[in-house]
Design a protein around this ligand. Structure first.
Ligand SMILES: [Zn+2]
Length: 395
């Protein structure tokens, strides 16, 4: 900070400036840098470099927390990103952190300088997938599984190709993978310089990660992706909306999810007794459930292909071409069906009682009729129309 002749080092105005700058620095690194540039500070470059390196996993390699993580989960082949955790589902906070980091790998860009930090097989430096996934057989026989890019470049400048070394000769069946690998990395290695490799965050101008930019990026992508209007319908009781939300995230306590949480259970669907239970099976693909879907979906002029997941079902749920009452009913169908089938599953599993397809179908139609008549007072449709003339409501 410059002090002019006759000025105090810390005037009230300067203290206020520092307070503003500090609060910006804590919440938003971009604002902090802009503030420094406005002040013509000589520290801009130094602070920029410090921020670039301020990712704990990248620089705190000798800190206790890093050593504990490395001891417990093993070393990571990547300089910047932790490797995925294969331990039991739901028992590790670190597992969740790593999952979130790995979901955002494509949001970083990697710059090759000397090739000293980028893992050849594990980092995303030349394609959206790591090379070990593009050529898994070659990765298995590679003599440098954990090498960085510079280990794969010959030191002799007259050698212009890649230095790929394997523990044995490549077999005919692996030539296809070698072709894919070379097509991805190119014939010649990149031209290098003496600087260290760097990684930058794609959603800010400075390439520095900020919570705000990550939040904005996630919110923008999720808005287009998640069917909020169908899942969080204000005309449906909150308890059922919450259940549908858990279903869309694949988080309800079906037997497969309990197994992932470490419970030792035999997994069989109580509705069909033929296949393993999962959210998608019990709510979409189970033969018993398909009978109910067939009773609820209108039978005229269209063919419904059951989607592989509940989320895809919600994303493709459309009432195009239906009557006014048909469109109103349609918004309630998934929630009514999911909650009734889940109740039936619990009834069979815990109370040893059951209802048949016909009874459940009528129960679902009655529930939808209740929701329609509660929220649309001007639409007077008797319950028997829902029970006996269901298809005609959509025409
Ligand atoms: Zn089943």
């Amino acid at each position: 900070m410059k002090v002019g002749p006759g000025e105090n080092l810390l005037s009230t105005a300067k203290i206020n400036d520092i307070k503003t700058w500090l609060s910006s620095a804590i919440t938003d690194q971009e604002t902090c840098l802009e503030g420094l540039i406005e002040m013509n500070s000589t520290l801009v470059d130094e602070v920029k470099t410090a921020m670039k390196n301020s990712t704990e996993f990248t620089i705190e390699k000798d800190q206790l927390w890093y050593l504990v993580i490395e001891e417990k989960f093993g070393p990571s082949p990547s300089t910047w990103f932790p490797s995925s955790v294969g331990s039991t589902h739901g028992h590790s906070c670190w597992k969740t952190i790593v999952d979130q980091i790995r979901r955002g790998l494509h949001r970083y860009s990697i710059t090759i300088n000397s090739g000293d930090k980028i893992s050849f097989w594990f980092d995303l430096w030349c394609s959206p997938q790591p090379l070990k996934s593009i050529a898994p057989s070659l990765f298995r026989i590679s003599s440098l599984k954990f090498g960085c890019i510079q280990d794969f470049i010959p030191t002799n400048p007259t050698d212009t190709g890649w230095l790929l070394t394997f523990n044995r000769d490549i077999r005919n069946s692996e030539i296809q993978q070698l072709t894919s690998l070379l097509a991805t990395i190119g014939d010649r290695p990149p031209i290098r310089n003496t600087e260290s490799d760097s990684r930058s965050w794609s959603h800010t101008k400075q390439g520095v990660f900020t919570v705000k930019s990550a939040y904005d990026a996630l919110q923008t992508s999720n808005q287009a992706f998640f069917p909020t209007k169908l899942i969080w319908n204000p005309k449906i009781p909150f308890r059922i909306n919450f259940f549908c939300w858990l279903v869309s995230l694949h988080k309800i306590l079906t037997l497969d999810n309990l197994q992932k949480r470490g419970h030792s259970l035999a997994n069989a669907c109580v509705l069909c007794l033929k296949q393993a239970e999962s959210p998608h099976h019990i709510l979409l693909h189970c033969p018993f459930t398909r009978h109910i879907w067939n009773q609820i979906l209108p039978q005229f002029g269209w063919c419904w292909v059951c989607p592989p997941s509940v989320l895809l079902l919600a994303q493709s749920w459309s009432s195009k071409g239906f009557t006014k009452i048909g469109k109103i009913i349609w918004q309630f169908v998934p929630a009514a069906l999911f909650t009734s089938i889940w109740d039936e599953r619990n009834r069979r599993a815990f109370n040893n009682k059951l209802k048949d397809v016909h009874c459940l179908t009528n129960e679902i139609k009655t529930l939808i009729h209740f929701w329609v008549s509660s929220h649309y007072n001007n639409l007077k449709f008797p319950l028997q129309d829902f029970i006996f003339n269901w298809d005609s409501l959509f025409l």
